[in-house]
Design a protein around this ligand. Structure first.
Ligand SMILES: [Zn+2]
Length: 280
C-alpha cells in the first residue's frame, strides 16, 4: 500500500510552466493562481486569506505551505495551535443588504491525512481561536489586503467549550461580549495571552478537585494579589476566585461558587462571600 501514501506538496515559485508532451503551453502556475484566487472576497478564498493574515502575525514562512487537512489551521513556532474563522459584511456578489456575521465553532473529528482515518470524539483541537471580521462596509473601497479593514477577536478554546448558547456557531454580538476587538498589530500578543489563559485553565481543571463540604460541588482556588487579565478572565469563567490584594495567615484557600462561601485548607473556618474579607 506504500505507493498510495500521502503526497507532501512542495512550495512553488509560480514560474513553473504548464506543459503538454514536454512542450510549454503559454501558461504558468502563476497564471493559474491569478485566475483562481484573485477574488479574495469570495468565501473560500477569504477564509484562506484570513488564515494567511493570522499566519503573518505569527511569522509564517510561506515556504511551509498550507496544510489543507490539519485538525487546526496554524501552529506558531512555540507550538500553539490556532483555528482561524472569517466573516465579512460584504460579499463579492450582489447584495440587498450587508451579511449577518456568524462564525462556525463546530467541534470536529480529527482526520488523519496520513492514514485517511477519522478518529476520536468531535472536539475543538486548537488552543486558541482567532475570529477575523472584514469589518469594512463600503463596496467601492473594500480591500481585504488592507489589514486595517479587519477586526480580530481572540479567544482561548475553553471559553468556546463553556459557551452555553450554541456549540455550533457564534454571532458577532456574542463575540463582542466575550472578548475585545483587536487590531492586526495586537494579534501576536493576544494569541500569546489567550494561550496563557488556556494553559492556566487546563492546569486549574486538573487542580480543582477539592469538593465543598456543604454542597459537594467542586471548589476553586482563591488567588490573591492584583489579578492579570488571564486570571480575571478565568475568574469570570469561575475557574478561580479572586480574593483581593491582601493576604494574611487566616485568609481562605478554596471557594464554592454555588454556596458563595470560602474555606480554609482544613475546612475549619468558613467565610461568607458577603463578609468584608474580600477587597473588591
Ligand atoms: Zn458549596
Amino acid at each position: 500500500m506504500d505507493e498510495y501514501k500521502q503526497i507532501k506538496a512542495t512550495s512553488k515559485t509560480g514560474k513553473e510552466p504548464v506543459t503538454c508532451d514536454g512542450n510549454n503551453t503559454r501558461y504558468t502556475l502563476l497564471d493559474f493562481w491569478r485566475w483562481s484566487v484573485s477574488d479574495i472576497l469570495s468565501n473560500a478564498t477569504r477564509g484562506r486569506f484570513a488564515e494567511f493574515i493570522v499566519g503573518t502575525a505569527i511569522g509564517l514562512d510561506p515556504k511551509n505551505i498550507r496544510e489543507e487537512w490539519n485538525a487546526f489551521d496554524l501552529t506558531t513556532n512555540e507550538g500553539i495551535k490556532i483555528e482561524v474563522k472569517s466573516a465579512s459584511y460584504i460579499q463579492s456578489w450582489y447584495q440587498k443588504e450587508l451579511s449577518n456575521i456568524l462564525f462556525s465553532i463546530r467541534p470536529s473529528k480529527y482526520w488523519d491525512a496520513e492514514t485517511n482515518i477519522q478518529c476520536g470524539e468531535p472536539k475543538r483541537h486548537a488552543d486558541v481561536y482567532v475570529f477575523c471580521l472584514l469589518k469594512h462596509q463600503d463596496k467601492f473601497t473594500v480591500d481585504p489586503l488592507k489589514l486595517e479593514q479587519w477586526d480580530f477577536y481572540i479567544l482561548p478554546t475553553y471559553r468556546l467549550d463553556n459557551y452555553r448558547r450554541s456549540q455550533s456557531s457564534i454571532t458577532i454580538n456574542s463575540l463582542k461580549k466575550m472578548g475585545t476587538r483587536k487590531h492586526y498589530n495586537e494579534l501576536r500578543n493576544e494569541i500569546m495571552s489567550a494561550y496563557e489563559e488556556q494553559s492556566q485553565f487546563k492546569e486549574l481543571q486538573y487542580r480543582n478537585k477539592v469538593k465543598c463540604p456543604i454542597c459537594n460541588e467542586k471548589m476553586v482556588e482563591i488567588v490573591y494579589g492584583f489579578p492579570s487579565i488571564e486570571t480575571a478572565n478565568l475568574a469570570e469563567q469561575r475557574m478561580v476566585f479572586i480574593g483581593g490584594c491582601c493576604i494574611s495567615e487566616d485568609s481562605p484557600d478554596y471557594h464554592c461558587y454555588k454556596c458563595r462561601k470560602s474555606f480554609s485548607k482544613d475546612f475549619k473556618t468558613i467565610f461568607d462571600e458577603d463578609d468584608d474579607w474580600i477587597l473588591k
